[in-house]
Design a protein around this ligand. Structure first.
Ligand code: FAD
Length: 106
């Protein structure tokens, strides 16, 4: 089976980076594809219990694919939900662009 920690780091990197560069004004096609990407995870993610919990979480907190800022925040909150479950530190969602888009202000 895959290394759940390495898989998680790689997947969060992909998802946060994709959200950071998602358009401010996504087209209907972009929105639909982002929804499909996120809704695929509970079905396909190769860590069964992670996938199940994520599925329950996004049922209660549906993805906001309306804009780059909304999606980045939604994803940060979902990641914090997993952080909390695993006893990890909460991430400050005000710093999501600094971490995943702009880099630190020198
Ligand atoms: P990660 O949590 O992988 O984070 C990587 C980097 O992202 C951090 O170093 C930090 O810079 C940044 N970051 C941290 N929090 C946030 C945030 N809220 N917003 C933006 N950036 C942030 N593991 C399990 O053991 N059980 C599970 O049920 C489980 N479910 C998962 C569900 C999903 C959808 C995913 C993608 C992963 C899941 N994982 C699960 C893996 C787990 O979340 C971690 O990826 C793994 O434990 C490695 O953690 P890490 O401490 O290296 O940092």
């Amino acid at each position: 089976p895959p290394d759940v920690e390495q898989l998680g780091r790689a997947t969060w990197t992909f998802l946060h980076a994709t959200a950071a560069y998602y358009p401010d004004k996504p087209t209907p096609t972009q929105r639909a594809n982002m929804l499909m990407l996120l809704r695929s995870l509970p079905i396909l993610y190769p860590c069964t219990w992670c996938a199940q919990d994520f599925g329950r979480d996004i049922e209660q907190n549906p993805p906001d694919v309306s804009s780059r800022v909304a999606l980045s925040r939604w994803l940060c909150e979902r990641h914090n939900h997993v952080n909390k479950k695993l006893g990890k530190e909460m991430f400050d969602c005000a710093k999501v662009d600094e971490r995943w888009k702009d880099g630190p202000a020198d």
